[in-house]
Write a protein that binds this ligand. Sequence first.
Ligand code: SF4
Ligand code: SF4
Length: 133
Amino acid sequence: MFKEFIQGLSITLKHLSPKHITTVQYPRVRLQVSDRFRGLHRLVPTQDREKCVACYLCPTVCPAKCITVESAENEKGEKYPKVYQIDMLRCIFCGYCVEACPVEAIEMSGQYELANYKREQFIFDKKRLLETK
Ligand code: SF4
Ligand code: SF4
């Protein structure tokens, strides 16, 4: 009985050591997410525009049907997404859109702080997706 008590106490004391602390003082301290973490999407820019060529592959594979793309042509005859929008309330962060993109125009960032007050603030348009860090 005494032996078990000492064993239990030693486990408790071990977890008091800073080496074993597994929680952090969020939001003052933030955990570093893994490189494979699937957070908020980022549209990749090129020099003068977004890399996306509005091929419609990502909205086609998206199981949650939360991506809206509308294509247009610029003055050079290149296709670009006039509208590119993701409804984050429906997204399940599966990463299929990233896998499907033939030109690596969409990535998933390490950003996980998506809380907001209004439903419409969860609709991320092209501008917001291009600004994702
Ligand atoms: S991560 Fe999945 S659910 Fe979210 S937009 Fe991409 S394909 Fe759709
Ligand atoms: S798959 Fe890539 S290039 Fe095609 S619409 Fe989506 S982001 Fe744009």
